[in-house]
Design a protein around this ligand. Structure first.
Ligand SMILES: O=C(O)c1cc(=O)[nH]c(=O)n1[C@@H]1O[C@H](COP(=O)(O)O)[C@@H](O)[C@H]1O
Length: 242
């Protein structure tokens, strides 16, 4: 794998409070990562302006608002995400088949090929068997994640967000064309924070991840540009060692 291929797999989680930080990080990392993820914090603070700023700086956007609502509401929200020109957006697989299928049918009929790829969030990487039991999910995590991935695929969704720990199982169950995006990625130099089901960048890519979502290991590093380079080193070395 080339360094460019490895860099393009990195989605930087732009978990920041305002436009000043958007400008700062877009300037610093545009040539160092493949995409910027705008999530609930930044979108709540700044809205579509943040998406437009990244796109104007030449960056691609993953709009991570994890929609989970009645089918019509999610379908209409997904359509608005498409109108913003984002490359990826997501919804919660736990919203169920009808919610996912309605959203995909709406996108396909209104946008044709000019639409974002949609990802279904399976089980958050901050969950483990114990925290799932608290909300009444007793199924083993791996089984539950594969079940949700297959449901999303049947509903026409393009891929999933899942822990790298489940990536190879999803690949096996859903095939090579199904996108797998993995947060919960922790390079050797970074702290675990609130993530529970983690892996290193090299192991996540080796397991079959298409993209790695990485936030604090880059943003909290003393030298974020160097952090990106170290992550690319890890991925390239990992692939070379296979
Ligand atoms: O959908 C996501 O991106 C997501 C799903 C998930 O299961 N776990 C998860 O951490 N995320 C997001 O991925 C990012 C991870 O950030 P760091 O833990 O700082 O690398 C955050 O912006 C989370 O919102």
């Amino acid at each position: 794998m080339t360094r460019d291929d490895a860099r393009n797999k990195i989605i930087f989680a732009l978990d920041v409070p305002g436009m000043a930080e958007v400008t700062k990080w877009a300037g610093l990392l545009s040539n160092k990562v493949g995409m910027f993820k705008i999530g609930k914090q930044l979108f709540t603070a700044c809205g579509p302006e943040a998406v437009r700023a990244i796109r104007q700086a030449g960056g691609e956007v993953f709009l991570d608002l994890k929609y989970h609502d009645i089918p019509n509401t999610v379908a209409m929200a997904t359509l608005e995400a498409a109108r913003l020109g984002v490359q990826l957006c997501n919804l919660h697989a736990l919203g169920g088949y009808e919610m996912m299928a309605t959203s995909m049918e709406t996108l396909r009929s209104k946008c044709g090929e000019q639409r974002p790829k949609v990802l279904a969030v399976t089980i958050l990487t901050s969950s483990n068997q114990e925290t799932l039991a608290e909300i009444g999910i007793e199924t083993p995590i791996r089984e539950q994640v594969v079940r949700l991935a297959k449901l999303a695929q049947r509903a026409g969704v393009d891929g999933v967000v899942a822990s790298p720990q489940e990536t190879s199982l999803i690949r096996e169950a859903c095939g090579s064309d199904f996108l797998i995006v993995t947060p919960g990625v922790r390079p050797a130099f970074a702290s675990v924070d609130d993530q529970k089901r983690i892996m290193t960048p090299a192991d996540a890519v080796s397991a079959g991840a298409d993209y790695l979502v990485i936030g604090r290991p880059i943003s909290a590093h003393a030298d974020p540009v160097q952090a990106c380079d170290l992550i690319v080193d890890e991925i390239v070395a990992g692939k070379a060692g296979l």
